[in-house]
Design a protein around this ligand. Structure first.
Ligand SMILES: [Mg+2]
Ligand SMILES: [Zn+2]
Length: 202
């Protein structure tokens, strides 16, 4: 079929991006015209992957939640820019090493890839609680994603998460949020809450 495939080009994320330390611009996905949102920010633990006690330090411990890959793929296909926003306080306490986080994010990207889903960027708060303005429920990760994706409108940005702290972060930054409903999969939540009446989902 002729034409440009929307939202399907996979950016290759470098080491700094995998660690959430990249500060350069995030490009608008090709063919994003008509996307229901400019930017879909996605929490990690409990939203994309199964939350576990302690930190995910081993890639083998990263297990996608049912429907998470499909949800991200749907956002990609709809032309939305998808950026991970995750608190990883373990980096400050020593419970999580940078090389472990990089390996876990490599695995996350590989797992999403099995569903034709990809991330356009990664934002990480590596700080201890109460020491920064980016750790959710603060809004810094959201604000930084919006700064990097300077073409994105705040009013066309939404954060998909599983905790009240996700909603609070979005609220502080002035964007909307959708919490994954515990009774359904991320995919169903995304379909029902994010896209319903906004764009056809393939
Ligand atoms: Mg979470
Ligand atoms: Zn922080």
């Amino acid at each position: 079929m002729p034409g440009v495939a929307i939202g399907t080009s996979r950016p290759c994320l470098g080491d700094a991006e995998l660690l959430g330390q990249e500060r350069g611009p995030i490009e608008r996905p090709a063919g994003a015209t008509g996307a229901p949102y400019d930017l879909v920010l996605v929490d990690r633990d409990g939203t994309l992957n199964v939350r576990r006690d302690g930190y995910v330090t081993d890639p083998d411990d990263l297990v996608l939640l049912p429907g998470a890959g499909a949800a991200v793929a749907a956002a990609n296909r709809a032309g939305c820019c998808v950026v991970l926003v995750t608190n990883q306080r373990g980096l400050a306490t020593g419970a999580l090493r940078a090389d472990q986080l990089r390996a876990v994010h490599r695995r996350l990207i590989a797992e999403l890839g099995r569903y034709d889903a990809h991330l356009d960027g990664i934002q990480v708060c590596p700080h201890a609680a109460g020491t920064c303005r980016c750790r959710k429920p603060r809004g810094g990760l959201v604000r930084e994603a919006l700064r990097r994706a300077s073409w994105a409108a705040w009013s066309r940005t939404v954060l998909l998460g599983d905790m009240p702290s996700d909603a609070a972060a979005a609220r502080e930054a002035g964007t909307g949020s959708v919490l994954v409903d515990a009774a359904e999969t991320p995919w169903r939540t995304v379909r029902r809450r994010l896209f319903e009446g906004r764009a056809p989902l393939v």
